[in-house]
Design a binder for this molecule. Structure first.
Ligand SMILES: O=c1[nH]c(=O)c2[nH]c(=O)[nH]c2[nH]1
Length: 323
């Protein structure tokens, strides 16, 4: 999570807020009626546990005296910010983190009229369903959940006070900490060979990647989930990433993420762009030939790790279509 360090009129950074606001709302409104895509059987979220780790920050010129004079008369205590977020978790009637963050941001501006802008970001705290024997067979429990150690969805919004009312000025959806290994079908060769090159070229490596993805809608209204048919669920983007990784005999992580990005933008015309932050965690080979088996033995890679950052835009998809 991050806070965009926007400057005030006199060119300074000024904000304050609270991080690690943990919210567990049970029996929130389920997310249903999303548009299905070929790569995914995901149809919605029950939201029996709507779990979030939220960060909030306030901006506004009125906060300057709290820094320069020690004058707290305009300060909303960050402890109160936490209480406000928790109280509004009971009032939210929607089904998405993006929608909840926008709802809380607008309520903050409504309550405290000296705040100019509120930024909120959130990491989902996901819980997986578990199977139980209910006396007649194995079924999914609707009471017990398993705290997930896997990827989680993310969201961020900025809500700003303007002459025409509150405006959603920034919004992202996303998914983070996706850890994917493809055991065969990835290559890395053709790179510069010079006096610093030690890495052997390979036409088949066990490619292990960590991915963080985030996306921006053409019209931010679509990101709230109020119209679920226009909402992009993180689970669907995950399933596209996995499908493209499976299908593509990739030349590198750079090559792979461009193809994932193009497929996501193709499936979701309501998105403007998708951003990637990736990390290379490819296993190190230990034993490459096992007699009578196509298997190998690998171990964890040692630091340092390579990384990539990349944005794929709708223009990239259009340009590819025109080629
Ligand atoms: O997918 C990769 N991209 C690189 O740029 C790179 N560099 C490297 O050493 N290994 C890899 N793998």
């Amino acid at each position: 999570m991050f806070v965009d360090e926007e400057k005030t009129a006199d060119d300074r950074v000024m904000y304050y807020g609270k991080g690690d606001v943990f919210v567990f709302r049970t029996y929130a409104t389920p997310l249903t009626n999303i548009t299905k895509i070929p790569e995914s059987d995901f149809t919605g979220r029950e939201n029996v546990i709507f779990g979030m780790n939220i960060q909030v920050s306030f901006r506004g010129e009125k906060f300057l005296p709290s820094f320069t004079e020690g004058d707290n008369s305009m300060v909303v205590a960050t402890d109160s910010m936490k209480n406000f977020i928790l109280a509004h978790a009971a009032k939210y009637e929607g089904a998405t983190m993006e929608g909840f963050l926008q709802f809380v941001g607008e309520r903050f501006l409504e309550k405290y009229n000296h705040i100019e802008a509120v930024e909120l970001s959130s990491d989902e705290i996901p819980y997986d369903t578990v199977k139980i024997h209910d006396g007649s067979g194995i079924v999914e429990s609707d009471l017990v959940y398993n705290c997930s150690r896997n990827e989680y969805s993310t969201a961020s919004v900025e809500v700003t006070r303007t002459d025409e009312g509150y405006k959603l000025t920034k919004q992202t959806g996303g998914i983070s900490d996706l850890h994917l290994i493809k055991v065969s079908g990835s290559s890395f060769y053709g790179y510069i060979q010079d006096e610093y090159t030690q890495l052997p070229e390979t036409s088949d490596r066990p490619l292990f990647i960590f991915l963080d993805l985030s996306w921006i809608y053409q019209d931010m209204k679509d990101g709230t989930g109020d119209n679920p048919e226009r909402y992009v669920a993180a689970e669907q983007v995950r399933d596209i990433a996995v499908t493209v990784f499976h299908e593509l005999y990739n030349n590198s992580i750079q090559h792979l993420i461009n193809e994932i990005g193009l497929r996501v933008l193709q499936r979701f015309p309501q998105l403007d762009q998708i951003r990637f932050k990736t990390n290379n965690r490819t296993w190190e080979p230990v034993i490459q030939d096992i007699e009578g088996s196509k298997g190998q033995v690998h171990t964890e890679p040692r630091p340092p790790y390579g990384f990539q950052g990349f944005t794929v835009t709708r223009k990239d998809l259009e340009n590819k279509g025109n080629k």
